[in-house]
Design a protein around this ligand. Structure first.
Ligand SMILES: NC(=O)c1ccc[n+]([C@@H]2O[C@H](COP(=O)([O-])OP(=O)(O)OC[C@H]3O[C@@H](n4cnc5c(N)ncnc54)[C@H](OP(=O)(O)O)[C@@H]3O)[C@@H](O)[C@H]2O)c1
Length: 234
């Protein structure tokens, strides 16, 4: 049975990936910064949980020691948005945002490279904002754009292990529930900004992640799952 580590697998897109992976016959380990909160969701789907905080390298190293008998795939969904204009940038929040998307996954590669099996893969998470600049999305845009380069260069570094990134548009993953009544407006504006006229569903993303795990001739790529939003100008 192949083992997959899903960092951020306790909720939203990470949880959807973890659930599908269990159904598809993988041994799933959920990496979460709060393992106590992850234990419930993990037990529900017959997965296990361990502590990984992308902001804390010691937890990444400890997780690698716990999984020393090997890992086939790693999916990392972590993000730490800092949605402000340039004049309001906060150094620590900027660093936290880069660590969630770029530095943390690179340190995961550092500690897990010796454990990843040659047919294995890493799937990173970028986002459409990387290609759609706008006021207030400066940090999200730059960090998501950087993920494309992490995928490309890490793929060369870890070869033959494959490294790819998924770049979703707005997806109703559960993460937007925090907007309350504002969620419906965000989703409809996002749908209008695509070529296909709808917002994304978690299954759109999960289908692509599961395909990438098996796509043995795909490495260093960023797969755009945003209904053509980058191509719509209006
Ligand atoms: N949903 C969308 O519309 C959308 C659009 C474009 C891009 N994306 C990208 O897709 C990815 C997943 O998004 P999502 O919709 O599932 O919601 P999300 O709220 O962005 O999910 C982030 C996940 O990362 C985890 N995480 C955050 N900081 C972490 C840390 N320091 N260590 C370990 N885990 C950490 C969170 O776990 P906790 O439970 O601990 O917070 C959560 O599971 C993100 O990278 C996001 O930027 C999503």
């Amino acid at each position: 049975m192949e083992r997959i580590l899903v960092i951020g697998g306790a909720r939203a897109l990470g949880a959807a990936v973890a659930r599908r992976a269990v159904n598809d016959g993988y041994e799933v380990v959920i990496g979460a910064r709060d393992p106590a909160a992850a234990e419930g969701p993990a037990a529900e789907i017959d997965a296990t949980a361990l502590r990984i905080d992308l902001q804390d390298e010691t937890t990444i190293a400890a997780a690698a020691r716990q999984l020393a008998d090997g890992v086939d795939h790693i999916v990392t969904t972590g993000s730490a948005p800092h949605d402000v204009r340039a004049v309001a940038l906060d150094h620590d929040k900027l660093l936290t945002a880069f660590t969630a998307k770029v530095i943390g996954p690179l340190l995961v590669a550092k500690h897990f490279a010796p454990l990843l099996r040659p047919n294995g893969s890493v799937v990173l998470f970028s986002g459409v904002v990387g290609w759609r600049p706008g006021p207030g999305s400066l940090v999200k845009g730059v960090t998501n754009g950087a993920v494309e380069y992490v995928a490309r260069h890490l793929a060369a570094d870890l070869a033959p292990v494959r490294v790819n990134a998924i770049s979703p548009g707005v997806v109703d993953s559960g993460a937007w529930d925090r907007l309350g009544d504002g969620k419906a407006g965000l989703l409809s504006r996002s749908a209008a900004g695509t070529l296909v006229g709808r917002y994304g569903e978690s299954d759109d993303v999960v289908d692509a992640v599961m395909w990438l795990l098996r796509a043995g001739f795909v490495s260093g790529e960023t797969i755009h799952l945003e209904g053509g939003a980058r191509h719509k100008f209006s």
